[in-house]
Design a binder for this molecule. Structure first.
Ligand code: PHE
Length: 480
């Protein structure tokens, strides 16, 4: 079924998507980006020629070989121990996971009952428990290390899809990634025989850094893009590179379910899906106006997005659809139909709790954490950071190897969560065809004033590192 295109904005998105395979910026056939750090310049150039091949065993079944010291420092997720060396592999040219990302693994904010993300998760659980007593099984600590097969192939992501590129996904090695969506677990759970399930967990994407501070918050043209949809928003820069928490819902029907309904299986599942999710939106937001927008995901057809009219604007709440038959057939459910949905918890929590900055979810500051308690959805956050951002500019000539994600990773590697936004403010091409970019970097702490000295120091180190990488890429390219 061809999606109906209802809004100008969606039309623009669909058009952009249609150009994905041919445009340099979004084509996954383009060489994956090089050089997230100087030590990686060479291996990432190698990675540019690398293509993922045969799948490894499922991540859950894998035993990581770690030294005793590393094992001690390891984090545990769902019974799997993950040490730094399992994820950050300096000597593996196919690895692009930085320490800043490793440090997020295992934190599982959604499993803290007093945290806004935990409170929201539990509220969604309550809805499914009340609407479908005893039916939905919940998985909230599945290991985020999955095979490329699980993350992509099992859910029919095309071989040349941009989300598979090194620029977009964190590869642990050629066949293992940090999952970029919770849909990575659909197939294994189906094979295990589950028919109703909710999967919630941290997901990871390489992305640009964006301001999500208060002034931007109400600009809906920007804010809805915070929703994590790796299959559609590749060309949108408004997102931030932290791990995020995503929830996936899945329901399987057998022919008995729809035989008396006068509908075919697909129509029956789509109707049930819409009714279920409208109920969920009402449970979370109250009696709000809603609309359905047709969209695209590789693993569902038809596919939809649900938007609600909230605080004066249309807000995208989730993506969903009727599962592709091929997925059901390959995983033991021939003759069945199913629906699936996926939603990003942060953006809903930001709206429901009035939280202005996505970085706050990671804060251990008592002034943040003490404001929320178990079972209390919608308590309004009282801002405590009055600290102003500090802006620094960085300009340089770019070459074919340059990508914004790599620049962001350099800056983040040095400034961590103190960097709020990396924004292109000038793009100039001279008569010889050389292009220079100027980026403005916003530094801000939610918890304290930053000194001039430390900001200057971070900026100098980021600039030096970035230049070193460009220089090293050039040497590598000419085979020096
Ligand atoms: N996996 C999708 C994403 O990350 C969300 C989704 C899940 C959409 C299930 C449809 C069905 O963007």
């Amino acid at each position: 079924m061809r999606p109906l295109i209802r809004t100008a904005c969606l039309r623009a998105r669909v058009r952009a998507m249609a150009t994905l395979p041919t445009t340099a910026a979004f084509s996954s056939t383009r060489a994956p980006s090089p050089c997230p750090s100087p030590s990686r310049a060479r291996r990432l150039l190698f990675a540019a020629r690398f293509l993922p091949s045969a799948p490894p065993p499922p991540a859950g079944a894998r035993a990581f070989r770690t030294s005793a010291a590393a094992a001690e420092a390891a984090v545990e997720v769902g019974g799997v121990k993950i040490a730094r060396e399992d994820v950050v592999k300096e000597d593996d040219p196919t690895n692009n996971v930085p320490d800043t990302i490793y440090s997020k693994i295992g934190l599982q904010l959604h499993r803290r009952d007093n945290h806004p993300l935990g409170i929201l998760k539990n509220t969604i659980y309550d809805y499914f428990d009340k609407s479908f007593p005893g039916q939905f099984v919940k998985f909230d600590d599945l290991c985020p290390l999955v095979s490329t097969k699980q993350n992509f192939d099992d859910v029919l992501v095309p071989a040349d899809h941009v989300s598979r590129s090194y620029n977009d996904t964190y590869y642990v090695d050629s066949q293992t990634v940090l999952r970029c969506h919770t849909s990575a677990h659909q197939a294994e759970l189906l094979r295990e025989g589950h028919r109703h399930f909710l999967v919630i967990g941290d997901v990871y994407r390489r992305d640009s850094i964006d301001s999500t501070h208060y002034p931007v918050f109400h600009q809906v043209t920007v804010f809805p893009r915070l929703y994590l949809n790796v299959f559609k928003t590749r060309y949108v820069m408004n997102s931030i590179d932290l791990s995020r928490i995503q929830m996936e819902g899945f329901r399987v029907f057998s022919p008995d379910d729809w035989s008396g309904s006068g509908m075919d299986g697909t129509a029956y599942a789509a109707t049930d899906l819409k009714k279920t999710l409208e109920g969920l939106a009402t449970h979370l937001f109250g009696a709000v106006e809603m609309r359905w927008v047709d969209t695209y995901f590789p693993f569902t057809n038809p596919s939809f997005e649900l938007e609600i009219y909230f605080q004066g604007d249309w807000l995208e709440v989730l993506g969903c659809g009727v599962t592709e038959q091929e997925i059901l057939k390959s995983n033991g459910r021939t003759d069945h139909v199913a629906w699936a949905f996926g939603l990003g918890l942060e953006r809903l929590a930001m709206v429901l709790f009035d939280i202005p900055d996505i970085r706050l979810f990671w804060s251990n500051d008592q002034r943040f954490t003490s404001q929320f308690s178990k079972g209390k959805l919608g308590v309004k956050f009282k801002p405590f950071s009055k600290f102003p951002p500090c802006y620094k500019d960085m300009s340089f000539w770019i070459n074919d190897e340059f990508t914004e994600n790599n620049l962001c990773e350099v800056v983040r590697g040095i400034a961590g969560d103190l960097v709020e936004e990396v924004k292109l403010i000038d793009n100039f091409t001279n008569k010889k065809g050389m292009t220079s970019h100027c980026y403005r970097i916003a530094y801000r702490s939610m918890e304290r004033s930053l000194t001039d000295e430390e900001i200057n120091d971070m900026q100098v180190r980021a600039t030096e590192l970035h230049y070193t990488m460009i220089f090293k890429c050039c040497l590598d390219l000419i085979g020096f």
